[in-house]
Design a binder for this molecule. Structure first.
Ligand SMILES: [Zn+2]
Length: 81
């Protein structure tokens, strides 16, 4: 009986040893890894939805820049809410 326990322990040990180098494989920057930098959240000027700043569309106004969640809302323009 004890040899099955040892076998199981060995399998788990080999699994972790085999797995470790794979997790350290270098990944191309900007691929699927989430950015380590904290994302600043912005608010859609039309509907008020919050989204990461890098996903927001930027609208231009003489008074300054607005963020929008979609092209439709960028065209619709800012709205007071
Ligand atoms: Zn919106």
């Amino acid at each position: 009986m004890i040899k099955y326990l040892l076998l199981g322990f060995l399998v788990v040990l080999l699994y972790y040893v085999w797995r470790r180098p794979r997790s350290n494989t270098p990944r191309a920057p900007g691929q699927t890894a989430p950015s380590p930098l904290p994302q600043s959240m912005v608010e859609c000027a039309h509907c008020g939805v919050h989204m990461p700043a890098n996903e927001a569309l930027l609208g231009q106004r003489p008074t300054g820049a607005d963020y929008f969640c979609s092209e439709d809302h960028r065209r619709a323009g800012p709205r007071a809410h």
